[in-house]
Ligand binder design. Structure first.
Ligand SMILES: *Cc1c(COP(=O)(O)O)cnc(C)c1O
Length: 499
């Protein structure tokens, strides 16, 4: 399996190189040259094995330059049950009325980013050995909250790698902020940006494509790479849980082999749902991939009209991990639906950069709509949905999960489709305890309560144990309090590297 850039060029890379590099120097993203397929029998056989073995089955299709032993070793370290808080890595809960919730937040940072970011550092570390890379890798991360912490936790004290995280200074929840600024590890740095997530992400992307900057740090022995979902090594582990969910539903007798399911995905950078697209292309029986957004509904409009237009106001919402107007991974979808027309993809991306919009036309739109459906929920609807799910099923959902739930219901109403919905639950309710409590008990009861009082209160209501790492934040020292303008990112990186 080889990898190409979505924006063309003659480079053909092994997966190890694609993962170390992160992003092509022409600005494109790496995509697999072809998409492997699994038969229904292959899929059925996943029922009998655990998550780690399911992961190995999928990863071996994509990381063909890695030895089987190396892949097993990475998986063993990543999905070690000491780090995950339950007996299963990605359990699926059946709530009723054809609704199943796939919980992706049992990892060390209580968000779905752990599913990929526990594995990526292991894979990158092996890739550095395989390619005999001598440079020290500097992982630059722009985060809307969850990626930053998950990446810090995954990369902390990994040899030959440093990590620098930029987060929007008032764009993350208090728990998310505390998780990051208290991070342990000798190779980690965390900086707040005076701007929003898109500013942070654009800043990081510009630094990646700034040749002069890259040359300058190369002289000091450093090479940049990415842990954002633009890195192929982030996407491939995410394909696994789509297969795993299907296998668990088969095993539980919720479906029979070959039956289709819908996946409802709360979406920001289009990484999670794109992994679902790959799963479908690999032969997993998926009817629709339902893309759920918050008021930053640029993807809803795109999937309904074929016009991507980021010229709109940015909304801060109670589902901040989806407060994004430039969904980077869409570029990979465009590459695949145009059958690899990298000229066309480059042109759209140039239009996006210059005018803030592009239009893919009705034919490609039709192909995309055969697979995707899209909707969105505002904060009020999200709050109401959290309460409804709690009242009806005694289930406590975080705001991102609730956005997906709302859109899944809307899809059913509009289409009368009876296919089971698997809702991807992307964060523990404890990561957003203020919004969840507001939904369950109202705002009056929250006045004067600290984050930690709220954790206790939520535990009392939901009956779920507070994740240890979150409870422990109360007594941990803040290590990082620096903030900078978005124009000062490069300078800050240089300072960290030459320290
Ligand atoms: C990152 C994140 C999302 C969005 O995922 P994308 O891959 O960016 O589409 C949704 N919910 C939560 C809780 C997240 O952390």
């Amino acid at each position: 399996m080889k990898y190409l850039s979505t924006r063309g060029r003659n480079e053909i890379l092994e997966s190890a190189e694609a993962i170390i590099t992160g992003i092509s120097d022409n600005g494109g993203l790496f995509v697999p040259q072809s998409i492997p397929t699994l038969s229904l029998d292959d899929i059925a056989s996943l029922q009998d094995v655990n998550y780690q073995q399911r992961a190995a089955r999928i990863l071996k299709e994509f990381l063909t330059d890695f030895s089987s032993e190396d892949i097993d070793d990475c998986i063993e370290k990543a999905y070690n049950l000491d780090k995950f808080d339950g007996p299963e890595v990605a359990p699926i809960k059946t709530l009723g009325d054809g609704n199943h919730v796939l919980e992706l937040w049992h990892g060390p940072t209580s968000a779905f980013k752990d599913m990929a970011l526990q594995l990526l550092p292991q894979v990158m570390s092996k890739a550095l050995k395989m390619t005999e890379e001598s440079a020290e890798i500097v992982i630059l991360v722009a985060t809307s909250g969850d990626t930053g912490k998950a990446a810090l936790e995954g990369f902390k004290d990994v040899d030959q790698i440093k990590i620098i995280v930029f987060y929007p200074h008032s764009g993350v929840s208090e728990i998310q902020r505390l998780q990051m600024v208290t991070q342990q590890g000798e190779n980690v740095s965390v900086i707040a940006i005076k701007g929003n997530f898109d500013d942070a992400q654009t800043g990081v992307k510009n630094i990646f494509s700034n040749n002069a900057f890259n040359k300058e740090i190369a002289k000091e022995g450093f090479q940049l790479s990415s842990a954002n979902s633009i890195n192929w090594g982030r996407l491939v582990p995410q394909i696994v849980y789509y297969f795993s969910a299907y296998a668990d539903m088969l095993k539980a007798g919720n479906i029979t082999l070959g039956n289709k399911v819908n996946f409802v995905v709360p979406t920001g950078n289009f990484g999670n749902i794109l992994a679902g697209y790959y799963a479908k292309a690999m032969g997993l029986p998926i009817n629709k991939l339902i893309c759920a957004s918050n008021p930053n509904n640029v993807l809803t409009d795109f999937l309904n009209t074929g016009v991507y237009d980021r010229n709109r106001s940015f909304h801060k919402t109670i589902s901040p991990s989806m407060d994004i107007l430039i969904s980077s991974n869409l570029e990979r979808l465009l590459y695949h639906v145009t059958s690899g027309d990298s000229k066309q993809v480059s042109q759209w991306m140039e239009e996006l950069k210059v005018t803030g919009k592009y239009n893919i036309g009705s034919e490609y739109l039709q192909d995309i709509q055969d697979i995707f459906w899209a909707g969105w929920a505002d904060d009020k609807q999200t709050i109401r949905t959290i309460k409804d799910i709690f009242d009806k099923y005694s289930y406590t959902a975080d705001p991102h999960t609730a956005v997906a739930w709302f859109v899944g219901e809307e899809y059913r109403r509009r289409t009368s489709d009876k296919t089971p919905n698997v809702i991807l639950s992307t964060a523990s309710p404890y990561k957003f305890n203020e919004s969840v409590l507001e939904a369950l008990v109202g705002t009056d009861l929250l006045i004067g309560k600290s984050e930690f009082d709220m954790l206790e209160e939520l535990s009392r209501l939901s009956g779920i144990k507070i994740p240890k790492a979150l409870a422990g934040l109360k007594n941990v020292k803040v290590r990082f309090s620096k903030s900078c303008e978005k124009e000062e990112m490069e300078e800050n990186i240089k300072n960290i590297l030459t320290k």
